[in-house]
Write a protein that binds this ligand. Structure first.
Ligand SMILES: [Zn+2]
Length: 250
């Protein structure tokens, strides 16, 4: 019979061997290499439990979010004409088991007549997310804004047929961020448009029991169209992006 100390040594050796084998066969995607994906916000894990610390904007990103003096509807004309809202914010959807977290904007032609229609940035903003978090969401663009009332707001454009901006770039109000799509054929083409009061990117679900950081998109845009008159001039950011000489703000 082995003495207790020899028994312990034997068990430790076995455990060590098992650990070495486990490390050897562990797939790389569970390691550090998987933590960064071009389509994800910085350091956001591609799979597994969400860690909300990873969704906060970096200090550099926060400093890059532009003033957004005015907001406009993201589809149709600058006034939102030629578009109807098929499913308004916070309507209860029994089939999906929750309240709708955005507005479903459609071209007035109905069904897929608006497939490929341009989707516009609701306001001057920083692109903080581009990607396809799931087939049902399809392509998504998220912009970060500094509203005239000081709030940090995000606008989110989902089910896109195509994404026309890159993460980290500045876009001017009205710039094309993508095209209306069907989220891989899951729905007739439309834009799922959300407005959020938030400091970080967390895509979440399109139906929920609690609004959390979600705002009524139509009401928020309508309220923020009434910017101070002296800020209604041509957006300095639009000029800067177009390569024009910088202009001084009043
Ligand atoms: Zn929707």
């Amino acid at each position: 019979m082995l003495k207790p100390s020899a028994n312990l040594m034997f068990l430790l050796t076995l455990a060590g061997a098992a650990l070495i084998v486990a490390l050897g066969v562990m797939p790389l995607e569970h390691g550090v290499a998987r933590l960064q994906n071009a389509d994800e916000p910085l350091a956001m894990p591609a799979a597994g439990e969400l860690d909300h610390r990873f969704h906060l904007l970096s200090a550099w990103q926060s400093a890059s979010v532009p003033d957004s003096p005015r907001f406009d509807p993201p589809m149709g004309s600058e006034q939102g004409a030629l578009v109807y809202n098929a499913q308004k914010f916070w309507e209860m959807n029994e089939k999906r088991g929750g309240h709708h977290t955005g507005d479903d904007l459609n071209g007035i032609g109905g069904m897929n007549t608006d497939l490929g229609d341009p989707i516009h940035a609701a306001a001057d903003g920083l692109v903080v997310y581009t990607g396809e978090p799931s087939p049902g969401w399809g392509n998504i663009v998220v912009l970060a804004h500094k509203a005239p009332d000081g709030r940090k707001l995000h606008s989110m454009y989902a089910h896109l047929h195509r994404i026309d901006v890159t993460r980290g770039s500045l876009v001017a109000r009205g710039a094309r961020v993508g095209a209306a799509g069907t989220a891989n054929g899951y729905y007739p083409a439309h834009l799922h448009f959300e407005m959020r009061a938030t400091e970080g990117v967390d895509i979440g679900a399109g139906y929920a029991m609690f609004p959390l950081n979600r705002l009524d998109p139509a009401a928020t845009v309508a309220a923020l169209r009434r910017a101070a008159p002296d800020r209604h001039s041509v957006s300095p950011l639009a000029l800067a992006v177009a390569g024009a000489a910088p202009v001084s703000r009043p």
